[in-house]
Design a protein around this ligand. Structure first.
Ligand SMILES: *Cc1c(COP(=O)(O)O)cnc(C)c1O
Length: 361
């Protein structure tokens, strides 16, 4: 293996001297801080926060069994990491990224913001024992890559298709990319709901691997905007150079430290959601209007309906918001439905039944 990280990183970023905060330059004990133009009167929040969020990272480190040096934390969720990864690797108008639609929309938006060319390697529809599903098209990914390809994004479990990709195909992509100095980002936003293992234990084998996780889904804290990113120490160092100096506020750092002690609550929520998901699937399968429910490995369902647009509008009229994905490639007829609380799922099924009656009249 002769992976060369420098070949994945923009030259300007590789050579960058990052902003150096006052507290970066000072290592030792001090009691008088008159270096950062802060207000000296104690309001609990008058000092700039730790730019490297060490206390948060120590919690994450213990939880995931990953050294602190392999962790990056973003204060605008994983979306911050996605943007930083583009800015770290791709020169605008020169380098390109491989996306596998239908997938999470931010990969495309962030590429566009950074003026990075997108090459699409559409997922494949496969059918095994009457079960239709989506799979990575390794061949399409391979032929889309050229010498200017810097990134491949893989989301597993994938949004909006809801299932995971077979680890053996993800591994093929990782091995192929490693040979060509391409970074692979595996987005594991839904990993806590999944029956598959995280790729975290493969970080040492794949120096070209970046893994994204978040507190927004299973951890139940979308509002605090905390995203986690795992990679080699060298990659993390570069992300730290590119990020804004104080990207996670002290309020959020403190909150996250106490939240990360509550893994039991997270697990309890996950178990409930998975149970409710199975009940919801059974109820939906009883309805004629439901043509197909894709196999899910997450907290949402991709459901194919007869008349998705009419149904979507009817649900809105009844104060139920789902995601209309019917215009996405390969998702004709499909709505994406998050598994809610028991009462919410019941209400959804009730309104769906109502709609099928109206349609027959
Ligand atoms: C929801 C989601 C995220 C989470 O983004 P945050 O910015 O951390 O809230 C990341 N990736 C995918 C695929 C998602 O669906």
């Amino acid at each position: 293996m002769n992976f060369d990280l420098q070949k994945c990183i923009r030259q300007s970023i590789w050579n960058l001297t990052p902003y150096s905060s006052a507290r970066d330059e000072f290592k030792g004990e001090a009691s008088v801080f008159i270096d950062a133009n802060e207000n000296p009167f104690d309001t609990d929040y008058n000092r700039y926060p730790d730019p490297y969020q060490l206390k948060v990272k120590k919690k994450i480190s213990a939880l995931k069994n990953i050294p602190v040096e392999n962790i990056f934390v973003g204060g605008a969720g994983s979306d911050e990491a996605i943007d930083l990864i583009y800015r770290m690797t791709c020169d605008p108008k020169l380098h390109n990224v491989i996306l596998t639609p239908p997938t999470y929309g931010m990969y495309k938006v962030s590429a566009n913001v950074n003026d990075v060319e997108i090459r699409s390697a559409l997922l494949k529809k496969i059918e095994i024992n009457n079960t239709r599903n989506f799979a990575l098209d390794f061949n399409a990914i391979k032929i889309s890559c050229d010498e200017n390809t810097r990134l491949i994004f893989i989301c597993s479990p994938n949004n909006p298709t809801s299932g995971s990709f077979e680890p053996q195909y993800i591994r093929l992509v990782l091995e192929f990319a490693l040979e060509r100095n391409i970074i692979v980002v595996i987005d594991e936003a839904y990993i806590d709901f999944s029956e598959h293992h995280s790729w975290l234990n493969q970080l040492l084998n794949f120096p070209n691997l970046i893994i994204l996780q978040t507190l927004s889904k299973a951890w139940g804290h979308a509002a605090i905007r905390l995203g986690m990113c795992f990679a080699s120490e060298s990659i993390i160092k570069i992300l730290n150079k590119v990020k804004l100096p104080y990207n996670v506020s002290l309020l959020v750092q403190e909150y996250a430290v106490s939240l990360l002690d509550k893994e039991k609550t997270k697990k309890k929520h996950v178990n409930k959601i998975l149970k409710n998901r199975e009940k919801l699937i059974l109820k939906l399968k009883e309805l004629d209007m439901v043509k197909y429910i894709y196999p899910t490995d997450s907290n949402f369902l991709l459901v194919e309906f007869e008349n998705p647009d009419g149904l979507y509008a009817y649900l809105i009229q009844n104060q139920i918001v789902v995601r209309n994905r019917s215009k996405e490639p390969l998702c004709k007829g499909c709505l994406r439905i998050t598994v809610g609380k028991k009462s919410e799922n019941k209400k959804l099924v009730k309104i769906l039944k109502e709609y099928s009656v109206i349609k027959q009249d």
